[in-house]
Design a protein around this ligand. Structure first.
Ligand SMILES: C[S@@+](CC[C@H](N)C(=O)[O-])C[C@H]1O[C@@H](n2cnc3c(N)ncnc32)[C@H](O)[C@@H]1O
Length: 362
């Protein structure tokens, strides 16, 4: 599934393409996608394919296509403080993006069938927290993953505001997932080749809306071969943050707002549109046929149209630039992590600074 948008050269390029094709429509979803590099969830050998709108599978590792994740993130209508359950949480890519929107007082749980995949997801999460440039720009709700079959979740488990299932669901299991929702909650799920958004409108009422035609690998069913009682899956507990943790959240928040007040422009995401537009004439669209990736060259009429569009946009942007008094930021200014600099400059013992920095390596 996928291949609906042009291939990108890097994560920002991919997001530009998803935006242009209207898969990404809201600013908060765009920011979360830009903050988490899809390439970091691929094995190194395959990383160059991460910015194509294609699903990826290697052993038990499996990522859906970016156009699907965009639709899912939009359909979940996430906001700060909500609780989220990811059924078939895989590499943790989606859960990490969701965590950036939920913020520090949300709940972010995932259930994944394969133990090796959960270990992989935990490694990727640690790398994201330790090294990602984006981590300091957001308040994060760290995902917690458990191993197990998501069709065997204990029946007395807590309910969630938002649920996503990353594998195809049989009609028989629809109710099982619907009752895990809180009233007012939203479930996004592929059922019978339709990505569907289901809203719980009351104790025993739900409304469904088809979002997109999709093709998902089915959820692995419970193992009933030996007729033994299935093992129930315990979801992670919902914990209350410690006072120490809360202090870090509020100190970081206060420092961030001081920085924003002092230099709002430095926090702005760099504008990449022009660079991408100039390249667009050369990119092909890829279509997935069976297992093969087929590049679709542009028709010459289409190419002429794109060239004309680029010319007009470049002229427009040049005019905009001439009229603007704002000085463009230098690349080295954009790379500075102001929150880090600020924390390091505080008159505090090193151990406390390290704690405030989440022990991040850069
Ligand atoms: C397309 S992948 C989802 C990838 C995930 N969204 C991510 O961000 O990496 C589907 C996942 O569902 C898992 N899965 C399939 N059946 C399952 C089940 N019954 N219980 C739990 N996980 C299951 C697969 O192992 C796979 O990792």
């Amino acid at each position: 599934m996928g291949g609906a948008v042009s291939a990108g050269e890097d994560n920002d390029d991919l997001i530009d393409n998803l935006k242009e094709a209207k898969y990404i429509r809201s600013e908060q979803v765009e920011q979360a996608f830009r903050a988490v590099d899809r390439g970091d969830y691929y094995l190194d050998t395959y990383r160059e394919n991460a910015y194509k709108d294609l699903a990826w599978k290697n052993g038990n590792l499996h990522l859906s296509a970016p156009c699907i994740y965009s639709e899912v993130m939009e359909a979940l209508t996430l906001r700060q403080g909500l609780s989220f359950l990811n059924l078939g949480s895989g590499t943790g890519y989606l859960s990490t993006m969701v965590g950036l929107i939920l913020g520090p007082f949300g709940v972010n749980h995932g259930v994944e069938l394969h133990k090796d995949v959960v270990e992989y997801a935990k490694e990727r999460l640690e790398i994201f927290i330790k090294n990602s440039d984006s981590f300091d720009k957001f308040e994060f709700c760290e995902p917690k993953f458990v191993v197990g079959n998501c069709l065997e979740i204990a029946s007395d488990s807590h309910q969630y505001d938002r649920i996503y299932c990353g594998a195809g669901v049989q009609k028989d299991h629809e109710n099982y997932m619907k009752i895990m929702l809180k009233v007012g909650g939203i479930l996004v799920v592929p059922i019978e080749d339709q990505l569907t958004q289901i809203t719980r409108t009351g104790q025993s009422s739900w409304e469904s809306k088809d979002i997109l035609a999709v093709s998902f690998a089915p959820l692995v069913q419970q193992n009933r071969a030996d007729c033994s009682k299935p093992e129930t899956v315990e979801l992670p507990p919902v914990t209350i943050r410690s006072l120490q943790d809360l202090s870090r959240i509020y100190i970081r928040r206060a420092l961030r707002s001081l920085i924003d007040e002092a230099s709002p422009a430095t926090q702005r995401v760099p504008h990449k549109r022009r660079r991408r537009r100039c390249r667009r004439g050369r990119i092909s669209t890829y279509v997935f046929v069976g297992n093969q990736l087929i590049p679709q060259p542009m028709e010459s009429e289409e190419e002429d149209r794109v060239e004309q569009e680029i010319k007009e946009e470049v002229e427009e942007e040049d005019e905009e630039k001439e009229g603007s008094e704002e000085q463009p930021l230098k690349p080295e200014e954009l790379r500075i992590n102001l929150l880090r600099e600020k924390i390091l400059s505080l008159p505090l013992p090193d151990a406390l600074k390290a704690y405030l920095l989440h022990y991040r390596e850069k």
